[in-house]
Design a protein. Sequence first.
Lengths: 343, 343
Amino acid sequence: MKHSLCAAVLAIFFPAAAQADALLNQARQIFQPLPAVMASPDNPVTPAKVALGHALFFDPRISLDGTVSCARCHQPALYGTDGLAKSIGVKDRLNPRNAPTVFNAALEFAAHWRGDRKNVEDQATQALVGPPSFGEPGYEAAMAKLKSIPGYKEMFAQAFPGVSNPVTPQNWGLAIGAYERTLVTPAPFDAYLKGDTKALNPRAKAGLQKFISYGCIACHNGVDVGGGSFQKFGVLEDYWKATGSREIDKGRFDVTHNPADLYVFKVPSLRNVAMTPPYFHDGSVATLPQAVRIMAKVQLGRTLTDTEVSDIVAFLDSLTGKLPKNFMASPVLPPAPFTPAKP
Amino acid sequence: MKHSLCAAVLAIFFPAAAQADALLNQARQIFQPLPAVMASPDNPVTPAKVALGHALFFDPRISLDGTVSCARCHQPALYGTDGLAKSIGVKDRLNPRNAPTVFNAALEFAAHWRGDRKNVEDQATQALVGPPSFGEPGYEAAMAKLKSIPGYKEMFAQAFPGVSNPVTPQNWGLAIGAYERTLVTPAPFDAYLKGDTKALNPRAKAGLQKFISYGCIACHNGVDVGGGSFQKFGVLEDYWKATGSREIDKGRFDVTHNPADLYVFKVPSLRNVAMTPPYFHDGSVATLPQAVRIMAKVQLGRTLTDTEVSDIVAFLDSLTGKLPKNFMASPVLPPAPFTPAKP
């Protein structure tokens, strides 16, 4: 009697299929489902901070020429990317690398392809003065623009209560960071990890099996299916020969000047990868099947068959998540009585 | 008995306040409330056309450098404008004039400040090859990009059923135009015109009274409170002396070469004007009170007092409408296996 009750309880909380599924058990040792919010002890996510960050994220008026907001390179319509090989910022300035999606980005262990930004907060703050991003000559100019928009005064005060001068570059970063920490995109793969074995179709399961056994998981693991380490791109052969990259990017070497960091980049998250072409740090590859083929070749020395590629792509499709409502819905910005500088 | 019943019925359908309101009666002879959809016999608004137009409106991938969508200059966060004096398009190219809001724009008798676009459909089509807009060298290049995005094939087929090759510049314009014809922003002033006399506060009513009696309504009338005629900017004195414009724009003269068209522009709609700074064809004026003062001076020869200005601004505030849901919510674009041209 006791035993059958226990079994009944187990059956309710852990469906039989889930218990019996070896692939699922294996996957659970490698990956974790997304949290509801990507919390950080350094930047508590409060509604007032998120509301401010949401507005700031979509405001182009703070940039040098008034055309660049965070949303210019991270567009709702394009799954938080801009669809470009390399982003174009103020004054038609080309960014050195591809803009990754902002979705789930707060889970990564560092920001930017070379990991030279600590986290999403740091990234947002530094973007203000990045020459090909917002392009402001200094933080003072950016803060002056923010302060010239009356509606932001109250929003900053509410987001940072008890602070005498809350309009600072750091608080800009904290507000946008808090907002970004809400941008999670739960996908069929998360449902699968939680025990819904029907959330993946047979092809996706076959792809997951290969993704594990071929060794993709050495780098693409954890809650973000990547985003947890630095790795050399081109372990077995030069990446630019496979990708047709126009320029050879030395990666982290240019940051650390350590020879061990030559061609080393942050491993990107693969969440929503099917919706965010083009691929790699330089956007040199246009399609996901092509990107999968190249990665298998240059990282693992494996030449994939068409079936293997399409199975793995089917698994990657299961990482396409539900779009966050407060990203797809635009905020309404406080109107400003100022005219941005003319170009 | 019969009389009192009649009075009761009247009281239900026509509130007493409305019947007694002379200002309302006067306003109703000059203005009309917004329709639910800005229908056109030339471009029936169908759900499939609107869905396609919504996607196309937000897609930057069709432009020369992949950075310009309709939404770049008509942003949801900024009430369908870009907040700039003059828009900046592909390759950092400056547009000759200020981008007006796309809201209610389909009601205007012509498009563009000089009226050299027939309607919103024509404007959308011509923008594709406008050098400072989408900047495509020709329609063929733009259509090739559209056709390279597989997801659009079905959407065009559904929007234009029975057409063998629906991906054409004209259908691009018709789809975006149909979408724009849904972007109406009913405002407190519309509620007022429909009989809710409490929809305007006393200051707004005082402003409306002045707006009528001072003659602003000579040009700013009808359903769009403007957008119905061409008029000279600077009837009584040169506009550029009052606005501080950096360049003298000859307006429609440069289109028609008719001396009568010197400094003639399309009268803009004043709907949502409080939310769409900066002002005038060249965005030369930063605040609404300043714009009101200048218009009274150069068009009507009247120097307004501070109270008169703030009353009129209170009336203009009542033209700020409810934001259209299908503009504030981003579409999700079909992903594309192509890399836009590198700059």
